[in-house]
Design a protein around this ligand. Sequence first.
Ligand SMILES: [Zn+2]
Ligand SMILES: [Zn+2]
Length: 133
Amino acid sequence: MYTGSCLCGSIQYQIEGELEPVQLCHCRQCRKAQGTPFVSNIPVAASAFRITSGEDAMKEYESTPGKIRAFCGRCGSPILSRRTTMPEVVRIRAGTINEDLPVRPAFHIFAAHKANWWEIQDSLPQYSDFPAQ
Ligand SMILES: [Zn+2]
Ligand SMILES: [Zn+2]
């Protein structure tokens, strides 16, 4: 089991079971939402994810129709995103997980949209948009 929280600690969560590899997304929305050149997400089964405290602090923003980004309304930490058309998966912001992770980044998505000031310096696959899964 893994645990995580936002910066201020208001929101605490748990993830049951094993983690999928990290996905790095360079899309413009993720860059804006995190303030960073890319976001590091881990897809988690919604059934394996549980908010253990601070659910009332969780705010949601629908960045495009059906795409929900959830964050702490007190400290602003991005916690997860989800699609209303895929309720079985939440995409956890990997940096909010408390423990050391056994998984590593697997690939870059929306690499064609990356910030021009960030060079991708690994040899992971780069997809110009989202790969078929
Ligand atoms: Zn917070
Ligand atoms: Zn993105």
